[in-house]
Design a protein around this ligand. Structure first.
Ligand code: ADP
Ligand code: ADP
Length: 239
């Protein structure tokens, strides 16, 4: 059974820009997929559609068999809880500690009140430390997020998704602002997590070489349409 399934998905923005056009896509549990394409090809639109950060105009998106397109209320919250997002700009609370940022991944498990009060059960704190261990940042737990380097901040974002116990990671240009060495550390972390925890991973990348080096499947987008979908070995530059 597919972990993520898109059936005839189109997204037209209010100003009539076509973000996605009739996308059919099925991704299995544990896949490590890179979405490649030039700026404006629709990569972000695709990721934001999958966790319903924005609504699509046509079609249906299923997460392990349940339609997120038609979900509401509690069901939508439960589906979103299974999906962790990682952004180019890290999206951390800069003035909070690393630990607090990772604990933010637990919010969907408790509701907001507990989070506002900053009250998390011990199991959550244990999970947060376990997540920080996976990205080798335990010693930074009590540092302020904005004291960390860009690569470290992105690994905190990865730890937050781990604490969330997400089954799917959607990463939108996660290394676009990082230098080559830091890029490698972040991509290695994402790959290890994918392999060890079988978390289904979709990463938007504009760097095809990086996609080839890490992904097992590459989806090429152009003007909102899929122009390539296949194993890495078949992804050539002549597209
Ligand atoms: P990227 O190319 O890195 O994916 P963009 O610079 O295209 O990001 O988009 C940045 C933000 O501006 C996004 O929130 C996107 O929704 C919005 N945006 C992008 N293109 C347009 C547009 N043509 N009209 C309105 N908003 C846009
Ligand atoms: P990519 O992530 O591949 O750079 P996007 O998904 O950001 O591409 O954008 C796909 C198309 O949709 C582009 O033409 C972009 O300008 C447009 N777009 C993105 N966000 C918005 C928005 N909020 N409003 C209008 N158009 C948008």
């Amino acid at each position: 059974a597919a972990m993520i399934k898109l059936t005839n998905v189109s997204k037209v923005y209010p100003n009539q820009t076509k973000g996605l056009q009739q996308i059919h896509l099925s991704i299995d549990q544990g896949e490590f997929v890179a979405v490649v394409g030039l700026s404006g090809a629709g990569k972000s639109t695709l990721l934001r559609a999958i966790n319903r950060l924005h609504d699509i105009t046509e079609g249906d998106i299923e997460i392990h068999g349940a339609s997120i397109t038609r979900a509401e209320g509690r069901q939508l919250r439960m589906l979103r809880r299974d999906i962790g997002m990682i952004f180019q700009g890290f999206n951390l609370v800069k003035r909070s500690s690393v630990l607090r940022n990772v604990l933010a991944g637990r919010v969907g498990h408790h509701g907001t009140l507990r989070t506002i009060l900053g009250l998390f059960p011990k199991q959550d704190v244990d999970l947060a430390f376990e997540a920080l261990a996976r990205v080798n940042l335990i010693e930074k737990a009590y540092a302020r997020a904005d004291e960390l380097s860009g690569g470290q901040q992105q690994r905190v974002a990865i730890a937050r998704v781990l604490a969330q116990e997400a089954k799917i990671i959607l990463a939108d240009e996660p290394v676009a602002s990082l230098d080559p060495l830091t890029t490698k550390q972040v991509m290695d972390d994402l790959l290890h997590i994918n392999q060890e925890l079988k978390i289904t991973t979709i990463i938007n990348l504009h760097d095809i070489d990086l996609a080839r080096a890490y992904a097992t499947r590459i989806i090429g987008l152009r003007a909102g349409e899929i122009v390539f979908d296949g194993p890495v070995e078949e992804a050539t530059d002549e597209r």
